[in-house]
Design a protein around this ligand. Structure first.
Ligand code: G4P
Length: 549
């Protein structure tokens, strides 16, 4: 396989224009629903992902996609690090058909896998499912991801999971969503029976009741049957009247569905269920099809929308290295924004103006990959040999376009990195430059610390591991980290930097990628103390700063 894109480019033949293509692109785009699940670890994201695919008949039994604990049999061999730790740091992109739609579900890696890529995935979706554990409600990682959704104007559907086991009250959970993140809940379904004693779900708009009968382990579909009101009222003398009272209250406070508010990010449709037993999963798929927006024209950097049926354009939202060590391979995940993608077409890389061939286009389903022949707005294509591409880059055909860059997110982990071997300093510096420019990690520098000891700043600690791994394996520059006791970053300016210079537990560093001055603090209390002491100093939050809530 050639690693030289330009060499491949010269062999491709341009397709003749097809007059029917714009109409086809629009039709196909309308069928797409591209979304991610935002949640805190253990809320049930993997279980829900599998259940969605199961209910859409994409897989035969749960456990095939992620291979979580207990069912974990398959691990990716893309990086030795992954193998060592038994984790998958590579976002899976699932595509499956449901009703007349094509659903693209993008994974947002969490837990130990949490990294800046997790946030970047949200640059590629049109909607998000906010998954809450019925016993826990809103949790920190969900809040951070929600902040990114809000900043990007991504509409959010809420799924309250684990209703098959004891948890909080439904009304209390809705109240928490409204009070904490200011999103007005609009229940689509309502549970009959408290968490742990779920009898079924009422469809809020019609009053219809569906009873669920659990199947062993949730590995196959739960049976659902429509039951007449009189029958359920007689069978559930305790839970049915309560559910009716709650629904009456919701009607009174005007919690009905309002599409405009949903799309504007002011309100969230809420569904209840249990991913493990399949309850409410098909209803969630229906909600995605019926409520979630299909791809829309995306604004370019100048604010001009690129029409869906314009020539091809795509946004690189993630670049995965080390998927095939023998080839020093990079796979770029590209969200198609306009036009019809056809494998083999030659695109232009907006950042460099150079041609980029797409002979090796793939889709990634869990850990399986297959060749993609064509794709439409909303779809995700994996491009191999993508050494020149960076997250946030634009690829286009014909009419030039460049989408806005994906912002760097608020780092919460900081460490000094030093070459472990004085003889490999040149390689070390080259490696750090490369990883910085790829967006693997943020590199912060200051005159005080010098070139030999830059500060690495990350959203999740996994990013440090990736850096050390790549430095040693790719650049032959073993390095070591010295963690720094900072956890909060704020943007400041030259005047702020001067005023902060003599404060303790604060340091001002320059982010190399964009020259931004970041003031880093040991914790939020220290930040608040400094803010009170120096009220004139600029200390602006960076994107996704909910850690400071
Ligand atoms: P994550 O990807 O969000 O981290 O969560 P994951 O799906 O791995 O689910 C975390 C745990 O919660 C798992 O249990 C899973 O079975 C359980 N779970 C997910 N959805 C539901 C649900 O609707 N009801 C109930 N009762 N449990 C649910 P585990 O014991 O940690 O792992 P496993 O051995 O079952 O895989």
């Amino acid at each position: 396989m050639s690693t030289d894109q330009t060499a491949v480019a010269s062999t491709a033949t341009p397709r003749p224009p097809d007059a029917a293509e714009p109409a086809r692109v629009s039709t196909e785009a309308q069928r797409r629903r591209t979304f991610a699940v935002i949640s805190h670890p253990d809320a049930g994201k993997s279980t829900l992902t599998e259940a969605l695919a199961l209910y859409a008949e994409r897989i035969d039994s749960a456990g095939a996609v992620h291979g979580k604990a207990g069912r974990r049999g398959v691990t990716s061999d893309w990086m030795e690090m992954e193998r060592r730790r038994g984790i998958s740091i590579t976002s899976a992109v699932l595509q499956f058909g449901y009703r007349d739609c094509v659903i693209n579900l993008l994974d947002t890696p969490g837990h130990a896998d949490f990294s800046e890529d997790t946030y970047r995935v949200l640059a590629a979706v049109d909607a998000a499912v906010m998954l809450l554990d019925a016993a826990k409600g809103l949790e920190p990682q969900t809040l951070k991801l929600f902040d990114v959704c809000r900043a990007r104007g991504i509409p959010v559907i809420t799924f309250v999971n684990k209703w098959d086991r004891p948890g909080r009250e439904a009304l209390e959970l809705l109240d928490e969503v409204e009070q904490t993140i200011g999103l007005r809940p609009m229940p689509v379904t309502w549970p009959v029976g408290v968490a742990g004693e779920l009898r079924g779900l009422i469809e809020c708009a019609t009053g219809e009741f569906t009873r669920f009968t659990r199947t062993a382990g949730g590995a196959t579909r739960a049976t659902a049957e429509l039951v007449a009101e009189a029958e359920v009222a007689a069978a559930e003398p305790e839970f049915w009247p309560t559910a009716q009272d709650e629904l009456a209250l919701l009607t009174e406070i005007g919690a009905g569905f309002d599409e405009k508010d949903f799309l504007a990010g002011l309100a969230t449709p809420v569904l209840f269920g249990a991913a493990l037993t399949g309850v409410g999963v098909a209803r969630l798929l229906d909600a995605l099809v019926e409520l979630a927006p299909s791809p829309d024209a995306r604004d370019d950097a100048a604010g001009t929308p690129r029409a869906l049926d314009a020539p091809l354009s795509g946004l690189v939202f993630k670049v995965q290295a080390g998927m095939d060590r023998a080839h020093r391979d990079r796979m770029a995940f590209v969200r198609i924004c306009s036009g019809r993608f056809e494998r083999g077409m030659v695109l232009t890389h907006a950042a460099t103006g150079r041609p980029f061939a797409t002979k090796y286009a793939q889709s990634v389903f869990g850990q399986q990959r297959s060749t993609v022949e064509e794709a439409f707005p909303g779809d995700i294509v994996g491009l191999v040999n993508a050494g020149a591409l960076r997250p946030g880059d634009t690829l286009y055909a014909a009419d030039p376009v460049e989408f806005p860059a994906i912002p760097s997110f608020a780092p919460e982990h900081f460490a000094v990195v030093r070459g472990a071997d004085a003889g490999t300093f040149k390689q070390f510096r080259r490696g750090i430059d490369q990883l910085d420019s790829e967006g693997v990690i943020q590199v912060l520098v200051s005159d005080r610390r010098g070139d030999q000891a830059p500060v690495l700043a990350a959203v999740g600690p996994l990013q440090f591991e990736v850096v050390l791994d790549r430095l040693v394996n790719e650049f032959r520059a073993p390095a070591r980290l010295e963690p720094l006791g900072y956890s909060v970053a704020r943007r400041t300016d030259a005047d702020g930097a001067a005023q902060l210079a003599d404060q303790s537990e604060v340091e001002v560093l320059t982010r190399r990628s964009d020259g931004a001055l970041l003031a880093v603090f040991s914790n939020k209390w220290r930040l608040e103390t400094v803010r009170r002491k120096l009220p004139d100093v600029t200390l602006d939050p960076l994107p996704a700063g909910s850690a400071l809530r």
